[in-house]
Design a binder for this molecule. Sequence first.
Ligand SMILES: [Zn+2]
Length: 283
Amino acid sequence: MTTATDVSTPPDYRHPKCYANTRGGCSTKISGEHYLSHGLIKLFSFDDPEFRIGHDNGLGVRRPVQPKEFKANVLCTTHNQALSPADDAAIAFASFLRGIALKWMGGTGEWGRAESITISGDDLQRWVLKMFLTHAAVGSFKLDGKQVNTPISADAVDLLLNRSQWPETWGLCVHGDPTNDMLKMDPFSVDVLENWWGYFPLLTTWDQTLCGGVAELTGVGLGISLFNQGRDVGALDDPRHPLRGSVQRPRSMSWVVDGVEKKIEFTWTDSWVHRTATWTMRR
Ligand SMILES: [Zn+2]
């Protein structure tokens, strides 16, 4: 007699197409993982049925497609579903900032009353990592103008699936130095509705493994680091470093106009120090 247990997928099953398969736990079905959360695309396309999206670097999705087609078959259904809280965090982050930007109209509209939301910092951090790993899995990065294959480290997958704690010197960071315009901090210009998404990876020069990058969402650069960049010994002081002067894993990000604050508070489950980051803007 065959029981349900007999036919279930073994816990160590590794789907060959799932980039998160390093320790098994895969389902037998591969799923289409959006390069960029579907909910984000819908948010910024205003649900326009004519809206098309693609990659502008000649790799990945070369010809713009409908949002529902903007995906790669690189995660099994189990691992895809396990990461949906990461999408939720990114959508909450972008929805909050986009709503303010639409009223503020680059300084010509209303700033309104004080507002705040709370988002899981762990999940937003995971979203940035997921976005990069999904692109890495299909080889859609370039180095010196040439397409490169980007190995995904087992460490990166462990962090993605919450199997290990982020080391103190790794992880998410945001703008903290006014002279660093590579890590953006401008969610409220009108332009942000046109240019609401972008990314650039940091790859190791020896084997092009993904070691970090910056994802831009709603005019905010979300940096990520997958190794100790030497922040404590001044390695990030180099004027060419995209993460220069950044604030790691902020406790909150606030924008203030005429004393009225719009604030995103982040919850974290790690034991590291979390600083606040505040930007005061003028009309
Ligand atoms: Zn899997």
